[in-house]
Design a protein around this ligand. Structure first.
Ligand SMILES: NC(=O)c1ccc[n+]([C@@H]2O[C@H](COP(=O)([O-])OP(=O)(O)OC[C@H]3O[C@@H](n4cnc5c(N)ncnc54)[C@H](O)[C@@H]3O)[C@@H](O)[C@H]2O)c1
Length: 282
């Protein structure tokens, strides 16, 4: 089926980026959030990011205006009823996503695909909230969405080959590179990345090295563009802790135990860049 109108639920960091790349690729986007102020902020961000792309000769001023005109912000979820594809990028809470998937299943045409951008929630469980589990899939973009090339495409237990093939093709239309992954805690990206960040925190906690020294090892020795503790601060230490807990409970293996220093920092409200303090001060 030809997709023209795409729904994006959640207009935060990821939702605005996802709306940006769909609109830039020529799709009409219905961007939905719970309050107008979140939509206003999202459109401001998309405008600023498109302006940067114009300045860098990535898109023309005309293409920028076209992309912006294709994004329709709404607070009424009913406006998603005529979408040909919907991706959910709302807050990472199972209860929130459960409610959204049940409602989308009721609202939208039964043949359309419902995707989630979740970083850690089981696609199989989200699919089970609907009457179309074969049409539910993970489409995991990376931050910042307009820049990062990867889309992890996650098959739930019931996801059909047709659904997978459509989302792979859709990713390529957005000029992204899809990588196929099966549903498992943390998928591939966070299952491998988070234990690395967690282990770097243990090294700091145990006095093996300072945060700066750990980061230097990874930048200079492994050619990582940023060290693991800088990256953890950037992602948000609360998000890192949530994901470690998903890995710990999903795998039942003690090797995924969150670092006690991470727990303590989150308890203190030191959440990284967004709170002004984490492994570094901002
Ligand atoms: N931030 C990242 O680096 C990153 C990367 C990959 C995936 N993700 C995933 O993307 C999703 C969104 O993350 P984010 O960082 O953009 O979060 P965010 O907090 O920036 O944005 C979430 C948005 O969802 C909205 N929202 C909450 N409940 C809603 C509802 N019922 N209906 C509509 N909108 C609702 C909020 O108002 C908010 O604007 C999460 O599942 C997260 O795990 C995040």
């Amino acid at each position: 089926m030809e997709m023209q109108r795409v729904g994006v639920v959640g207009a935060g960091t990821m939702g605005n980026g996802i709306a940006h790349v769909f609109a830039r690729a020529g799709y009409n986007v219905v961007l939905c959030d719970v309050e107008q102020r979140f939509l206003d902020r999202a459109l401001e961000t998309v405008t600023k990011n498109l302006e940067r792309e114009v300045a860098n000769n990535k898109v023309t001023a005309e293409a920028k205006a076209g992309a912006l005109s294709r994004i329709r912000p709404v607070t009424d979820r009913g406006q998603l009823a005529d979408c040909d594809f919907v991706i959910e990028a709302a807050t990472e809470k199972f209860e929130i996503k459960t409610e959204i998937f049940r409602d989308l299943d009721r609202l939208t045409r039964p043949e359309i695909i419902l995707a989630s951008n979740t970083s850690s929630i089981s696609i199989t469980k989200l699919a089970a909230q609907t009457k179309r589990p074969e049409k539910v899939i993970g489409m995991h973009f990376f931050n910042p969405v307009p820049v990062m090339k990867l889309v992890e495409v996650i098959r739930g237990l019931a996801t059909s080959q047709d659904t997978f093939a459509s989302v792979r093709e859709l990713s390529m239309k957005l000029e992204k590179t899809p990588v196929e992954v099966n549903d498992a805690p943390g998928f591939v990206s966070n299952r491998v990345l988070m234990p690395l960040l967690n282990e770097a925190m243990y090294a700091v906690m145990e006095g093996v090295a300072t945060a700066d020294a750990v980061d230097e090892v990874f930048k200079l020795g492994m050619a990582h563009p940023m060290g693991p503790l800088t990256l953890a601060d950037f992602i948000g230490l609360d998000v890192c802790l949530d994901i470690m807990r998903v890995l710990q409970s999903g795998m039942g293996d003690p090797k995924y135990r969150p670092c006690p220093l991470l727990i303590k920092m989150v308890d203190a409200g030191w959440l990284g860049r967004k709170s002004g303090r984490g492994f570094y001060t901002y």
